[in-house]
Structure formats: C-alpha cells, structure tokens
Design a protein around this ligand. Sequence first.
Ligand SMILES: [Zn+2]
Length: 213
Amino acid sequence: MIDQLLEGNRVFVNDEFGPHESYYKAIAARQSPKVLWIGCSDSRVSEDVITGSRPGTMFVHRNVANIVAFNDVNIASILEYAVVHLKVEDIIVCGHTRCGGIAAIEDGVHENYIADWLCIATGAKEATDRIAAERKLSREQKLEVLTAENVKLQIKHLHNLALIRNRHARGVLPRIHGWLYRVETGTIEVLVEGRAAGRTKTPAKKTAARRRG
Ligand SMILES: [Zn+2]
C-alpha cells in the first residue's frame, strides 16, 4: 500500500503538478483558500476529490463525525487561523451517509475516547429520536436524519462561538453552510444554505429615502 501511495505521488507530479506548474508555484509562495472545510475523517470523503478542487482551495479540519467542539484547542486554532488570518468567506460542515461515527451515536459506544467525543453530538441524537418516533422511521432513515441533525447542531455550535458570533454581529463573513455527501452516489446535497447570521445593516440610502417619503 505504501509503495502505491508513493507511486501515486509520482503520477501526480507528472500528470498534474508538472502541467500546471505556474499554479503550484503560486500557491507554494502563499496559500489563500476561500473556504474552511469541516468534515469527517472517513476515508471515503476526500473533500478535494469530491468537489473537484485543487490543493490550495480549502483549509481543512476533519474529525470523527464532523463535530465542532467547544473545548477543542485543535478546531479553535484552525477556526481562528482560517477566519482571522486567511479570511475565508465560507465554512462548510459536511456530513456523509454510512458514517461510522453517526452509527456509533445511534447505537451507543462505550470505548473511551470515541464515546467521550461523540457526547458532543448528544443534542442531535435527542432531536432525531423525537423525529423518528413521530415519523416511524426505519433504522436507515433514522441514521440519515441523525446525520443531518448532527450537521445542523455543529453549525449551531459554530454560530455560538464568540469568534464567529462577534463577526456576524458586525455583519462580517464567513457564511456557514451544511452539506450531506452520499457515499453511495458521490453526490452532495445542501442541507443548510450559507448565511452570515446576525444584525442586518440597513443601507444608508434606503433609510434616507424612507425618511423623505
Ligand atoms: Zn463519518
């Protein structure tokens, strides 16, 4: 497997890097991604491959079940760097079908660190249990609802972080999007349209016109 990966790099250098050397030289000098991707560590959800993006397009954080944790210095520092220094315009939280982390939230898991980590998604499980009982969902349907509810919960966590909340209060980006990637079909569905929540500034001209009227 390791030899295969190194051979893959030789193919990348010959077929991609070489023919587009000016692009790669430019990003070697300075990265300026416009997007922060928060996705699952799952090997099937390679953000650049599934979105047809070249290196340099997205700043990336991946963990089990694409969770935004309040007490995680790792994601906090990534967010700060992406938002304050790189000034990304958009953050995408992307969940996916057939997610082992989501199944573990549903089934309950007792292994140490994984169990502790998945506690952060407890709110999504509670919301999903209510929906599943009302609609009498099958296990597969329930797991899909849980995946979507988890994306929504992690977006809520992002909106609640002071770093994001203070920017949105001033009407400053980033927009936050929620996506679902289907590993069975390779397609992405938009669960939550991107928005920069907070105070909406009334354009000065319109206010003046309204006063005159
Ligand atoms: Zn996953």
